[in-house]
Design a protein around this ligand. Structure first.
Ligand code: HMG
Length: 431
């Protein structure tokens, strides 16, 4: 073994050095949405587990949210942009059929031109695919001390009066991957993945809104979890792990969270997969599973409940919350991460929370970021949705006026002119 924790030039420890998220400046209370749609509010709050839903205005597109998360990461963790030699944006809300979101973000963040820059799409799995790509890049030794920035950015939109409406949301999570994983070390010695072609959720090229076969999509998610987790367990056994139930070794279990209740269903499925059978209604096993959910899963879900589905970033939003709220007591402990992307592809992996991660996360608290948002009523929410449906029309005037939407953020999407997207940073229009 060579010095600096490296073996034959390859870093031994790889993972997340820094993490930050960005969310739209407005949100809607779930109870207001339920009342307007003639639904019992408890269906959205208790039934789906959601409290609020982020609402992105026309000036807050995928690029703006991704750039916001990247800027916050660079500032809060004092990162030198020149140290980044790979930028990956995972998104299923692309802004162009050809040009990647990452090119705009690369310019806004002021990254070096000596940088690999690309976008990955696979529904909500895109950012996890980016994360594993980044880990492999650092592991190969070819980064030579430089780092990879992976940003998940999405706007989840099903449209007014649809069954998916209460599971909308928007936001971005940026993660810096390096051989200095001061927040989370990724266990790259084992992983479980799964893929099969299913029509559970999709967004045709002509549509701004997604379509879902909602109840079928829940089954697809759960089956993909069983598949990925079973492969992970095989890998664990091959690596000589003693425990039959790989799940027993994780102090916290993080899942893709399209809505909070989905994480509860997922955790139950994980335990059933370990136990080899489905838990009966009212059985002691089911009661124990619910208690275990409260202990090992629920503590990470507050941001998801107040932001909604952010597709590729939903899993990592839970991670950001867990790192700030519980990293102290979980320091040195293993956790699991499960990513699901409709269509479908999934991945299950293990990781370890690092000592001191909670202190590093305290520069700007989650609550501080949430508290800067403004609440909208139903009329404003619907006005925003209508405006968003037209925001990419070429040469439409006055569609993305920041003043109209009461925005304070430095980066804004201003609309499309001459078939080119226009962005401004601190009032200066970018070329
Ligand atoms: P729905 O038919 O409106 O709701 O669809 P429901 O009738 O199934 O009720 C939801 C829950 O509320 C149920 O709980 C009800 O019992 C309960 P459960 O039985 O499931 O535990 N409920 C109540 N609880 C308390 N008080 C009440 C009450 N009434 C009912 N009064 C659905 C819900 C999620 C299917 C819909 O919103 C939808 O289609 N959403 C979009 C698709 C989705 O989120 N799928 C998730 C899995 S796929 C995935 O995660 C990938 C994705 O993120 C995309 C990607 O990969 O890119 C979506």
């Amino acid at each position: 073994m060579a010095e600096n924790g490296k073996s034959e030039g390859k870093p031994l420890r790889i993972g997340i050095e820094a993490i930050a998220f960005d969310i739209p400046e407005h949100y809607l209370e779930m109870a207001d949405l339920a009342t307007a749609r003639g639904v019992e509010p408890a269906k959205y709050t208790a039934g789906l587990g959601q409290k609020q839903m982020a609402v992105a205005t026309p000036c807050e597109d995928t690029v703006v949210l991704a750039a916001g998360a990247g800027q916050r990461l660079i500032k809060n963790f004092n990162i030198d942009p020149k140290s980044i030699s790979m930028l990956i944006v995972g998104t299923e809300t692309g802004v162009d059929h050809s040009k990647p979101v990452s090119s705009y973000v690369h310019q806004i963040l002021g990254l070096s031109s000596e940088c690999r820059v690309f976008e990955i799409k696979h529904a909500c799995y895109g950012a996890m695919a980016g994360l594993t790509t980044a880990v492999n890049y650092i592991l190969s030794g070819r980064a030579k001390g430089r780092k990879a920035l992976v940003i998940a950015s999405d706007i989840a939109r099903y449209g007014k009066n649809t069954v998916g409406e209460p599971t909308q949301g928007a936001g971005a999570v940026a993660m810096l991957i390096s051989d200095n994983p001061q927040l989370l070390e990724i266990d790259y010695n084992n992983e479980g993945f799964y893929a099969t072609q299913v029509m559970d959720f999709w967004r045709p090229l002509y549509s701004k809104e997604a379509f879902a076969d909602g109840h079928f999509s829940i089954q697809c998610y759960l089956d993909a979890l069983s598949g990925a987790y079973n492969l992970y367990k095989k890998g664990d056994e091959a690596n000589g792990a003693q425990s039959k139930a790989a799940n027993g070794k994780f102090e916290a279990c993080l899942y893709h969270v399209p809505f909070v209740k989905m994480a509860q269903k997922a955790h139950q499925r994980l335990l059933e997969t370990d136990g080899g059978q489905k838990f009966e209604k009212d059985s002691p096993e089911l009661k124990a599973a619910l208690q275990d959910f409260e202990k090992r899963v629920a503590p990470a879900l507050e941001l998801n409940a107040r932001v909604g589905n952010i597709y590729t970033g939903a899993l990592f939003l839970s991670l950001a919350y867990l790192l700030e709220s519980s990293a102290g007591k979980l320091a040195g402990k293993p956790i699991s991460l499960f990513s699901y992307g409709s269509g479908c592809g999934a991945e299950f992996m293990g990781a370890k929370i690092m000592e001191g991660a909670d202190r590093l996360m305290k520069v700007e608290s989650n609550e501080e970021i949430l508290s800067k948002r403004r609440q909208v009523n139903m009329a404003k929410y619907e006005e925003i949705l209508d405006a968003c449906s037209k925001m990419d029309l070429n040469d439409e005037e006055n569609l993305c006026q920041p003043e109209k939407w009461d925005l304070k953020r430095p980066v804004l999407y201003l609309g499309t002119q001459n078939h080119k997207r226009i962005y401004s940073v601190n009032g200066v229009v970018l070329n």
